[in-house]
Design a protein around this ligand. Structure first.
Ligand code: ADP
Ligand code: GLC
Length: 481
């Protein structure tokens, strides 16, 4: 039997404690799957203001975190278990950095001290491992926030973790953590690492770039995206850097936590249903229509969108076609928040159209209700490292309409009438025409061939994206290094 591994999994957001996007879903699920495979794993995240301390246990000892010229800062550490698991999670509590209402920003403006906050967090995570005498085989970092673990393990903490290897998972190349070079003084890794092959990028300090250089393995969340980021269109300026390290880059598709996203036991939806017992889906549809004040009719297709209002998600494309789509016999519901122009634009549209429902904001509950109550799901992303909502949609029998990019391309197989195959609808060009005509195609099938639509729905619902498979692939990467 192979030896079990000791893993410290470091993430800036983890479900159900704090979430702005899919990273939190991954960080809440992958560690549980790794634990089920028999490995020893702890999760470490910041204790944000909105995480209720009274539900957690405080460790008796404070944690000293060296911060270069700022001296040593003292944090508290809280702990509990990830729900329905035996995975322990630790929270780094430092009011000055994390006692704010947003995780990374407020009112769409990033905090000016984000670099300092996450250098502190990363060092605190490593100090915590020391304090717990938890000497990991693997430090698993996620995105730029904890990317510096890769260099810290080789420099500042080399004597503490001499045998540790580091894995950096990139969830999104767009966010690289670029700061003033003065942050090097807080990192305390030596200025010799500030050069164009490591942390330097156009005069600033690029956390992700340095992390990519120093991690023993770099993973990203689909094979498609692993290839895309090595091209100028998707690399956000680091494609050359990634190509230089391509031998250590792996694509591992995210799974789905079917304890959370499962219409047969979802606690947020009006009535549970499943592939062999679909009655509840219509109840959910009616409840959703009621929620948004739309006409409660079964016969009209409902199209949903859940996601950040960000260019990445193709909201520009949606904005350019929505009026034309709403002229058809269809209802559209959207849940999201982000760019102000989009919030304003869609609010204006919703005010004027009776077949359009909009909720600007964040609502876990409504996200589940949209998945359950819609017939079709819109995800026309310009780029998408993995994307989770299209996979959730499959399980809820809400056929995804996606643009063929990254994880969307890897998970959605186009409907093929001739062979009666596929699990959704896909278009290639990032244009409003392509989006419009693909939605039209899906609607034609909905109205014109109910049987084919139902068969497509059944295939979609039977698809399975397991975290167990993904976790096995991660273990292979861990063992490889
Ligand atoms: P990304 O991480 O790029 O935002 P993903 O598809 O990987 O995209 O994951 C997004 C996650 O965040 C999903 O679980 C989705 O349901 C959730 N989500 C996004 N926006 C909202 C919102 N406004 N309300 C509730 N959940 C949301
Ligand atoms: C990022 C990506 C998204 C991915 C998620 C989880 O936020 O934008 O595509 O699903 O991370 O890996």
């Amino acid at each position: 039997m192979q030896e079990k591994l000791k893993i410290a999994f470091i993430a800036s957001e983890v479900v159900p404690f704090a979430k702005t996007g899919g990273l939190a879903d991954v960080a809440g699920a992958l560690p549980k799957a790794l634990k089920k495979l028999g490995h020893e794993i702890i999760v470490i995240m910041p204790r944000y203001y909105k995480i209720d301390k009274t539900q957690l246990t405080k460790l008796p000892e404070p944690l000293g975190v060296p911060m270069g010229s700022m001296g040593e800062l003292w944090a508290a550490v809280y702990t509990t278990m990830l729900p329905n698991s035996t995975v322990r999670i630790y929270f780094i509590d430092y009011e000055q950095y994390f006692g704010r209402s947003g995780l990374y920003e407020e009112n769409n403006i990033s905090f000016a001290d984000n670099g300092e906050r996450f250098v502190f967090f990363t060092k605190a995570a490593m100090q915590l491992c020391k304090m717990l005498s938890f000497v990991p085989d693997i430090f698993h970092a996620n995105d730029w926030h904890s990317a510096s673990v890769a260099i810290l393990a080789k420099t500042r903490f080399v004597h503490d973790f001499a045998h540790a290897k580091t894995v950096l998972t990139i969830h999104n190349m767009q966010h690289q953590g670029i700061f003033h070079k003065g942050l090097m003084n807080l990192l305390e890794i030596g200025w010799e690492h500030f050069n164009s092959c490591e942390f330097e990028s156009m005069g600033g300090l690029n956390m992700l770039k340095g992390g990519i250089m120093h991690a023993d393995a770099v993973t990203t969340v689909s094979s498609g995206y692993a290839a895309e980021i090595q091209t100028p269109d998707f690399g956000f300026g680091l494609d050359g850097h990634l190509r230089a390290h391509s031998q250590k880059i792996y694509g591992i598709l995210n799974g789905v936590d079917y304890d959370e996203w499962n219409p047969s036991k979802d606690k947020y939806i009006a009535k549970n249903f499943d592939v062999d017992a679909m009655k509840g889906k219509n109840v959910c549809k009616r409840a959703l229509q009621k929620h948004f004040g739309l006409k409660q009719k079964y016969g009209v297709p409902v199209i949903g969108f859940v996601g950040r209002f960000a260019e990445q998600k193709g909201i520009g494309l949606i904005a350019s076609v929505i009026s034309g789509l709403l002229d058809m016999d269809v209802q559209i519901v959207m849940l999201g928040a982000g760019e102000k122009w989009a919030e304003g634009f869609f609010s204006h549209e919703a005010y004027h159209r009776e077949n359009f429902g909009l909720h600007v904001g964040y609502s876990e509950e409504l996200a589940h209700q949209i998945e359950a109550g819609c017939d079709l799901f819109l995800m026309p992303s310009l780029f998408e490292p993995c994307g989770l909502n299209q996979i959730y949609s499959l399980r809820y029998g809400t056929l995804p309409i996606v643009r063929a990019t990254g994880g969307l391309d890897d998970t959605i197989e186009n409907y093929d009438a001739k062979n009666n195959s596929g699990n959704g609808f896909k278009f290639y060009e990032a244009s409003s025409d392509a989006l419009y005509h693909t939605v039209k195609w899906a609607l034609d099938l909905y109205f014109g061939d109910k049987e084919a639509f139902e068969q497509l729905r059944t295939r979609a619902m039977r698809a399975h994206f397991s975290w167990e498979d993904a976790a096995k692939n991660y273990v292979e990467v861990y063992r490889g290094i």
